[in-house]
Design a protein around this ligand. Structure first.
Ligand SMILES: [Zn+2]
Ligand SMILES: [Zn+2]
Length: 408
């Protein structure tokens, strides 16, 4: 019999295929167990066995049989036997349940970047894409002369092969890979693009994080420092990101794009003598932002190594309020398991929710927080005008229309 994971190494299975596989295996195990005891089974049970196909059927088997009589010693013996049988089946059901849980972790999503001088970046991009397509992974990767930035999804085996491939280039050795276990692939396509910058800051060559950047703080160090006197924490991300979640007490910037941050920093001149801690999703923005702050005369600049995602993994995300926006199909992920909270409110009714959608009007496409019931009512639109627009896309359950997202 072909093992489950042999399948996975060959081709990622869809959620439906995974379920079908689990049920067929469960049914086969149950069938085997029943066959082993067939000689002692009453006829009624044999009839039920025939219809055994999945968990629902297994549950049905645990119900008491109304055709059986009560009272006589014979019946009481039968009853004891039936209870034993039920216990066995319940045990089997829980095994299937556990099997199902282990199956929910089928894929990985990687988030990574590396600032490195890649003179041949433009030629690297098509080769990189070819490798990814051959491997069968999905995701979005940016290659620039200043380095590599990506997020991809695949089976653990595929992800390992990808990491080995990237690290085989000595210039890209030592990447800090942030690995998430996920239930389904986080992307629908595979893109590799050559761009001027790996994260769009508009600063181009004026900052070089490989030469000078803020001091890296491990999550535990960041946690210990962030509430101290004379320390300010600055969120380097855009409005739609910090509205959904941010560190308690952090300074946020009113920007829709990272490109606007150099301009915003001018308003923070009074913080130049403070200890400044910067953070972003995975760390890539802070490499540049902290380098820029130093250039602008900030005296003591630090950055959260690996960003919010790493902070969640290493120290349980303590004091991060709300969810963390991510640049893939998951849209946002919880990071705080210590003192979690919800800070974002529905754009329409004000109810607390972390649900993030795009307005269904493709000409608006605004990224907003919207609760399930408002989404239903508005058919996925942010406003009455957008709902009535000729460009309103049919409402999909997730309320999120895939568009080209990237961390910029
Ligand atoms: Zn609402
Ligand atoms: Zn809209």
């Amino acid at each position: 019999m072909l093992h489950l994971y042999d399948f996975l190494a060959v081709q990622p299975l869809s959620r439906e295929e995974q379920k079908a596989l689990v049920y067929s295996q469960a049914a086969a195990s149950a069938e085997g167990w029943i066959r082993g005891r067939r000689s002692r089974r009453p006829k009624a049970f044999a009839a039920k066995r025939k219809s055994l196909q999945g968990r629902a059927d297994l549950r049905a088997l645990t119900q008491p049989d109304p055709t059986k009589g009560r009272g006589s010693p014979k019946n009481s013996r039968r009853k004891t036997a039936a209870i034993k049988k039920d216990k066995k089946i319940l045990y089997l059901c829980s095994l299937i349940f556990l099997h199902n849980i282990t199956l929910t972790i089928m894929y990985q999503t990687l988030l990574y970047y590396k600032y490195a001088h890649l003179e041949d970046a433009e030629e690297m991009a098509p080769k990189h894409l070819e490798f990814c397509k051959d491997l069968g992974i999905l995701g979005r990767i940016i290659i620039a002369n200043e380095g590599l930035n990506g997020t991809i999804s695949g089976t653990p085996e595929q992800c390992q092969a990808y990491m080995d491939y990237v690290e085989s280039d000595p210039r890209l050795k030592g990447i800090h890979w942030k690995i998430d276990e996920v239930e389904e692939l986080s992307f629908v396509k595979m893109h590799v693009r050559y761009k001027a910058e790996i994260v769009n800051s508009g600063l181009y060559d004026s900052v070089d994080p490989t030469k000078e950047t803020g001091k890296h703080l491990q999550p535990a160090e960041f946690k210990a420092l962030k509430d101290q006197e004379d320390v300010v924490v600055i969120d380097m991300r855009s409005n739609y990101e910090h509205k959904l979640g941010r560190f308690k007490g952090a300074i946020t910037m009113d920007i829709d794009n990272f490109r606007e941050f150099p301009e915003k920093i001018k308003e923070m001149d009074h913080l130049k003598d403070k200890k400044v801690l910067t953070y972003c999703t995975g760390g890539i923005k802070c490499e540049k932002a902290s380098a820029y702050l130093i250039q602008q005369g900030f005296q003591d600049v630090y950055q959260l190594h690996g960003g919010i995602i790493n902070y969640g993994k290493e120290v349980g995300g303590e004091d991060f309020e709300g969810d963390c926006y991510v640049f893939d199909g998951r849209v946002h992920v919880p990071v705080n398991t210590v003192n979690p909270s919800v800070i974002s409110r529905c754009y329409n009714c004000g109810k607390k929710t972390t649900r993030m959608v795009n307005c269904c009007n493709s000409h608006c496409n605004d990224h907003i927080v919207q609760c399930e019931s408002c989404s239903q009512e508005m058919a996925g639109a942010c406003s009455v005008q957008c709902k009535a627009s000729d460009f309103a896309r049919p409402y999909n359950e997730k309320g999120f229309y895939r568009k080209q997202l990237c961390e910029d």
